[in-house]
Design a protein around this ligand. Structure first.
Ligand code: ATP
Ligand code: ZN
Ligand code: MG
Length: 311
C-alpha cells in the first residue's frame, strides 16, 4: 500500500495530527509558512467570544481599552530592549524608498530571482511581539494614586515556526495591564491570574498556574531565566492539549517591575519609577485548546461552556 505523504507526516506526531484535523475541518487554512493561518468564521467567532470575556473583566477594573496595531514604532521596540533578550523571535518591517532607477533594479532582481531585499531599508515599524509593548509610550508622565488599568489587544508576531497549531507566528494576544506602584502591580498579577483560571474553568479547560521563564536567548539568557523563575516574576496558566506532551501556556501573568515604565518615564503618583504587570490571554491558544478539548464543532460543546462563551 502506498501511504500519502500527508498522512504519513501526521502519524505519531500529535501536533501535526491536531493541525491536520483543524485544517480538514475548515477551521484553519494553512499557508506556505508554518504557524501562519487563515481563520474560519466559526474559529474567529470563538476568538471574539474569548475577547469579550476578557473585556467584561477589564470593564470591572474600569480599564481603558486600546486596540493596538500588529506593528509598533521602532523607537518603542528599541526602548523595550527586546533584541537583547529575544533576537530570534523578532520580525522587522523593511520598506522601499528608492528612486526610479533603483526601482528598475528592484524589478530586475525580482524577475531574475535575485536578492531584491538588499534594496530595502528598515521601516519605522517592527512587528509587535506582545500587545502590551505598544501601551507604555502612550502613557505619559505621572500616574494618579492607585495607578491605572488598561486593556490592550492585537495581533503579535514571533518567529517560532512549528507544526503545533497552538504555536503560531501570528496570533492574538489580549492583555489586562496595571501600571502604578509595586504592590499594586504584584496584586494585579496575582489576582488577575486567579480570575483567568476562573474564566478558563468556565470554559471547561483545566488549567494550573506554574512558575515560568521567558526563552531568553543564548548563554547570558540562562541566568536571566533562572532569576525570573526564582523570583516568580512569570506565572503561566497551563492546560493539557497534547496527551503525553508538556502542557501548553494559554495565559501568562507577568511582573515587569520598572522594565517598561522606566524607559518611557512613567512615574507613580509619588514620583517613584512605576511598576507594571500584565495578564496576557493567548486568545488563539485558548481557541485551539477549546477545539482540542471539546471537539471541532462548537454547536456540540457542553452547554455550560457555550453559556460562558456566548452569554
Ligand atoms: P511559550 O512559553 O508557550 O512560548 P510565552 O511564555 O512565550 O509562551 P508570553 O510571552 O507570556 O508566552 O505570551 C502571552 C500568551 O500569548 C501566552 O500565554 C500564550 O497563550 C500566547 N502565545 C505566546 N506565544 C504564542 C504563539 N507562538 N502562538 C500562539 N500563542 C502564543
Ligand atoms: Zn504584557
Ligand atoms: Mg514563547
Amino acid at each position: 500500500m502506498i501511504v500519502p505523504v500527508g498522512e504519513d507526516a501526521a502519524a505519531g506526531d500529535p501536533h501535526q495530527e491536531l493541525h491536520d484535523r483543524l485544517v480538514e475541518a475548515g477551521l484553519l487554512f494553512s499557508t506556505p509558512v508554518q504557524g501562519l493561518y487563515g481563520r474560519s468564521e466559526t474559529y474567529q467567532g470563538v476568538v471574539r467570544a474569548i475577547d469579550a470575556m476578557v473585556h467584561r473583566w477589564a470593564l470591572e477594573l474600569a480599564a481603558t481599552t486600546i486596540h493596538v496595531p500588529p506593528v509598533i514604532a521602532r523607537s518603542t521596540f528599541d526602548a523595550t530592549n527586546y533584541l537583547q533578550s529575544f533576537p530570534d523571535l523578532m520580525g522587522s518591517v523593511h520598506i522601499f524608498r528608492g528612486t526610479d532607477r533603483e526601482h528598475a533594479e528592484l524589478v530586475r532582481r525580482v524577475e531574475a530571482g535575485g536578492d531584491w531585499q538588499a534594496l530595502l531599508e528598515p521601516g519605522e515599524v517592527v512587528l509587535s511581539s506582545a500587545a502590551c509593548h505598544a501601551l507604555y509610550p502612550m502613557i505619559g508622565g505621572r500616574l494618579p494614586a492607585g495607578g491605572r488599568v488598561f486593556e490592550v489587544s492585537g495581533l503579535c508576531f514571533r518567529h517560532e515556526p512549528s507544526t503545533d497549531p497552538a504555536r503560531m507566528q501570528s496570533f492574538g494576544m489580549h492583555e489586562v495591564v496595571f501600571v502604578g506602584d509595586p504592590d499594586g502591580a504584584q496584586r494585579h498579577r496575582d489576582r488577575g491570574l486567579e480570575v483567568a483560571l476562573g474564566l478558563l474553568g468556565d470554559l471547561g479547560l483545566e488549567a494550573e498556574p506554574v512558575p515560568a521563564n521567558d526563552p531568553f536567548f543564548g548563554r547570558l539568557g540562562t541566568a536571566l531565566a533562572t532569576s525570573q523563575l526564582e523570583e516568580e516574576l512569570k506565572l503561566e496558566a497551563v492546560t493539557p492539549i497534547f496527551a503525553g506532551r508538556d502542557r501548553t501556556a494559554i495565559v501568562s501573568g507577568n511582573c515587569h517591575r520598572d522594565h517598561f515604565a522606566q524607559p518611557f518615564g512613567i512615574e507613580s503618583d509619588t514620583g517613584e519609577p512605576a511598576h507594571s504587570a500584565c495578564v496576557a490571554f493567548g486568545v488563539d491558544r485558548i481557541t485551539i485548546a477549546l477545539f482540542a478539548r471539546h471537539g471541532l464543532e462548537p454547536a456540540s460543546w457542553p452547554d455550560e461552556v457555550t453559556a460562558a462563551l456566548f452569554p
